[in-house]
Design a protein around this ligand. Structure first.
Ligand code: ADP
Ligand code: MG
Ligand code: MG
Length: 925
């Protein structure tokens, strides 16, 4: 039975779009040949052949493979007029690897194949060829020896260096024909010595061994590791092809050269040819760095005609591939050949610039311009980055918790950060871990470094929300707040020392490392403008302060999708009022505290409405359990004990020296203590703390996340929600009086039944009446509900009776869907679940489309069945991730809301989501 499978495709035959079968290099060699570019003749042995061979390597290549190879070699002989193994004008070939995914340097290529003592004479007999011929020969023996016979490079390099030394030259080019002849002889000996067999001289034997060696390199350790590291799965690339390509020589003298080029600058995106070349050299020399290559512009002087051809080649490549190309070329005695092309890898700056410029040049359309860039890549442009040319080595490493780099003086507590920040210093807040009461320190800092906690720790979440760099959980750092030092192995960071953190990589450096600022370029603006035109989803930002809102507007947010009012409560001058409100024994003293908070909240909301003038600002009423604003029980107990100790010693009038020291040591964090020499003041302080402790104990909850929070608070303490609602509506009324158009939205958290919404809505109605009467203007706003409780999703139809919009809070909804509490899950079992494939991803990072997503999809349908076109969005961290965004698009949400700096990423992702729908507009899930 004869094997009729097609294993081999001539460059004229292969389908340039079939990269799976022909590999990227082979497919492009076929395509370039077919569009008439000057590619040396050749053919491709398919990746399928590779897989067939690797199934059973001991059996060798299927017979039909070598038959087809022979037939194709004969046609190369016809095309070139040379003969393989011939002693006149021998045909030499390269045997090159190439899979569907580019894996630079992972697999092998052999050049000059077909040389032996006989064909060598054929080469030498050509005019002025002796040196070149021996050069090619010694290269073949070394490369073949290494790749096909497994001999180490050093075995050859040692001998070669010895020859150079003996002759007294530094560079290969300075060696004479005689020297290279000697090298070839010695190399032949090396092969025999290392393998016990002579170098194979039959060209077809060489060819077969080389093909098998390239196939085997697919399963070589280097290649296997690389695929694992970069998650290259068999559906992306399966097996390597072998490309057999007629050799052309860049090392035939000064009218020959070899080089690599980019059709545009891969770092800046500038529209100009970028590249390097070497005269009188063979391809691998440029990359190998044996000689220093020249910039491509020098070719214009050295070989003006060829340079012109190269420019034409560049133009044809771009106009054909419609993408920046990275190509290899060789000039043999004045004739230009193209040996490879592929899409160029570029940084984000270059991607954005080339998208905008190639569109303007008519090379690509808007869809292509948008789809060329993966949304996540924009991160490089939105945060300051460490200058990669700077060579510093990190002193410690933690988790990359919030991207971007920052430099500042280390400070060890939030108060100090605030003091220094106010004084105009750049600081990095260094803590073991952070708590909500550290928030003012975040505002004052350039970045945050913690030694404990994960990517979802308080520090990480808050820093991401603010767009500040954060390295979390750098466990090598031991922070000692008392000593105002941090210890890292043998090194010490003292307060005030300059440190640099890189939240993109997790690295921490002592001293200042050079940085590149974020570049929100004009081109990025243009590109994102197209994204907005294309997207159906609107992109809003989460912002808790007027400052965040202004920044979000700068990132192109179309509104604020989530303003967490409790973040506004945490500022140092406000927290005491909040505490006063919580400690209030009766409604009237609570009202006194609320009356103090009202103007503060009103002015915050007003500033945010102004920053977002013309766009919606969604204010979420108080959400967390109120004990979060109080110190912990443990902390209060400790403080009480210290105070009692102080009272005893002070009353006894025998102040021990360590007490004095204690008073001074704690003086700057507890400024009141050093005034407490008066026993009466100490007693008062003790009473206050005791009351607070009692309250904390009374408020204690077994499960705070499932406890007295959100709308439950609003219903039990209606005066709190009433104050917040009034602050929003008065802020809006004042804006309206100033002639501004504003769109406040009031959003209720943790809702699970319609009755809850009805109760809050009645407060809203009466406040609205009062405010409108007082200001004499009409206030337009929307009233809506968070959907973050499973029951709320199930009852979406009924909630839509009262709510005018929904916002999915996917952090809580994920917890509720899985019945996982986030911290426990992430610290205890989720990593193992992920490792064992029980769960593919961390659902708190990657939206669980199948579970939480299904609930969302159902709720969207039920809500809209009651209220046509009901506005619906998502807030929370999932809202900034491209995969979640695609899902939100597919289920028909109106908007996504994410942290300010992720807004540009989300805008592009929203456009991608719309484009992936296809022209028919069909939604597939
Ligand atoms: P890689 O994938 O590592 O770039 P290649 O197969 O492209 O490996 O080849 C390595 C080097 O040899 C490249 O510089 C290439 O241009 C050069 N080369 C490959 N085939 C030929 C050929 N037929 N003639 C001249 N140079 C070649
Ligand atoms: Mg190459
Ligand atoms: Mg929530």
């Amino acid at each position: 039975m004869s094997d009729t499978r097609k294993y081999v495709y001539a460059f004229e035959e292969g389908n340039g779009s079939d990269k799976m079968l022909l590999g990227g290099k082979g497919a492009n060699l076929c395509e370039m040949t077919q569009i008439g570019l000057n590619v040396p003749p050749g053919f491709v042995i398919t990746t399928e052949t590779c897989l067939t061979y690797l199934d059973n390597p001991d059996q060798g290549l299927p017979a039909a493979v070598m038959d087809q190879v022979r037939a194709n070699m004969q046609s190369l002989e016809e095309k070139t007029g040379k003969s393989f193994g011939g002693s006149d004008d021998p045909l030499l070939v390269s045997v090159r690897s190439g899979s569907a995914m580019s894996m630079p340097g992972m697999m092998d290529t052999i050049l000059n194949l077909g040389l032996n003592s006989n064909t060598l004479q054929g080469l030498i007999s050509q005019p002025n060829n002796e040196r070149f011929a021996y050069d090619a020969y010694r290269r073949l023996i070394q490369l073949f020896g290494k790749v096909a016979l497994g001999i180490s490079d050093e075995a050859f390099d040692e001998e070669f260096e010895a020859i150079k030394e003996r002759v007294g030259v530094k560079e290969d080019v300075a060696l004479s024909a005689r020297d290279l002849r000697e090298a070839s002889d010695i190399f032949l000996d090396v092969v025999e010595r290392e393998t016990g067999k002579p170098f194979p001289s039959d060209p077809y034997e060489q060819l077969e061994i080389a093909i098998k060696a390239v196939f085997n390199s697919w399963m070589g350790k280097r290649a296997v590791d690389y695929r694992r590291e970069f998650n290259i799965t068999p559906d992306m690339a399966n097996g390597t092809a072998v490309n057999i390509c007629t050799m052309v020589f860049g090392n035939l003298g000064d009218d020959s050269a070899t080089g690599v080029g980019f059709t545009r600058y891969p770092d800046t995106g500038e529209n100009g040819m970028f590249g390097e070349y070497l005269t009188n050299a063979q391809g691998e020399d440029v990359v190998a760095g044996i000689r220093t290559p020249k910039p491509i512009d020098a070719l214009a002087d050295e070989m003006p005609g060829q340079y012109q051809e190269l420019v034409e080649l560049r133009n044809r490549l771009e106009s054909h591939y419609k993408e920046v190309q990275d190509f290899e070329f060789t000039i043999e005695r004045g004739r230009l050949y193209c040996l490879q092309t592929r899409n160029g890898k570029m940084n984000a700056t270059a991607l954005v610039r080339t998208s905008v410029e190639m569109l303007r040049e008519g090379l690509i359309d808007k869809t292509q311009a948008l789809l060329r860039i993966q949304p996540e890549m924009l991160e490089q442009l939105l945060f300051p980055q460490l200058d990669r040319s700077a060579t510093a080595s990190p002193m410690a490493r933690g988790l990359p918790a919030s991207p971007g780099a920052a430099v500042g003086h280390a400070v060890f507590d939030a108060d100090r950060a605030e003091q220094e920040g106010r004084a105009g210093q750049k600081v990095i807040l260094v803590r073991e871990e952070t708590k909500p009461e550290d928030i003012h320190g975040f505002f004052a800092s350039q970045g945050i470094l913690t030694s404990r906690g994960g990517k979802t720790s308080h520090a990480a979440v808050v820093a991401r929300g603010m767009g500040k760099p954060c390295v979390a959980g750098a466990e090598g750092i031991h922070v000692d707040v008392q000593m105002r030092k941090a210890f890292v192995g043998d090194a010490t960071i003292s307060e005030g020392d300059l440190i640099t953190i890189d939240g993109t990589t997790g690295d921490v450096y002592l001293g200042e490392v050079a940085m590149k600022e974020a570049e929100f370029s004009n081109e990025l603006e243009i590109l994102l403008g197209w994204a907005d035109e294309t997207a159906r989803l609107k992109v809003m930002a989460n912002a808790d302060t007027p400052d965040d809102a202004t920044k979000a507007a700068g990132f192109g947010a179309q509104g604020i999708g989530l303003c967490r009012t409790e973040r506004m409560f945490n500022a140092v001058e406000r927290l005491p009022i909040v505490v006063e409100m919580i400690l209030a024994e009766d409604a009237s003293s609570r009202q006194t505290a609320l009356d103090k908070l009202l103007p503060i909240q009103r002015s915050d909301f007003k500033a945010m409405l102004k920053a977002m003038a013309g766009r919606p600002v969604t204010v979420r009423l108080l959400d967390p359990p109120i004990h979060e604003f109080l110190p912990s029980e443990h902390q209060l107990e400790e403080e009480l004990e210290q105070l009692r100790h102080l009272r005893d010693t002070v009353l006894g009038m025998n102040i021990l020296s360590d007490t004095v020291e204690f008073m001074y040591r704690t003086a700057d964090t507890h400024p009141s203590i050093d005034k407490m020499a008066d026993p009466q003041l100490v007693d008062e302080a003790i009473d206050k703390k005791a009351v607070m402790l009692k309250k904390v104990r009374a408020l204690h909850e077994v499960n705070p996340m499932l406890g007295h929070r959100g709308v439950r608070l609003g219903i039990t303490f209606p005066e709190i929600y009433s104050m917040q609602i009034r602050a929003v509506l008065e802020a809006a009324a004042e804006c309206v009086k100033e002639g501004l158009e504003v769109f406040p939205e009031i959003m209720v958290p943790q809702v699970c039944t319609k009755q809850e919404l009805v109760r809050v809505k009645s407060i809203v109605d009466s406040v609205q009446q009062a405010v409108e009467a007082h200001y004499g203007v009409e206030v337009n706003f929307k009233f809506g509900s968070m959907l973050e409780v499973v029951r709320a999703c199930m009852r979406a139809e009924s909630l839509a009776d009262v709510a005018e919009f929904f916002s999915f809070g996917t952090n809580d909804l994920t917890q509720a869907t899985f019945s996982f509490s986030r911290e426990d899950a992430e610290n205890k079992f989720l990593p193992m679940y992920n490792e064992n494939g029980i769960l593919q991803d961390n659902p708190f990072e990657v939206l669980d489309i199948k579970g939480a997503g299904k609930l969302m999809e159902l709720a969207v349908g039920w809500g809209r069945s009651k209220r046509d076109n009901m506005k619906m969005g998502i807030c929370g961290e999932h809202g900034g991730h491209p995969d979640s965004i695609r899902f939100c698009h597919q289920i028909g949400l109106t908007y996504v809301s994410c942290s300010g700096p992720r807004v540009p990423i989300a805008r592009l992702a929203a456009a991608h989501a719309a484009l992936s729908e296809g022209p028919g507009g069909t939604q597939s899930l």
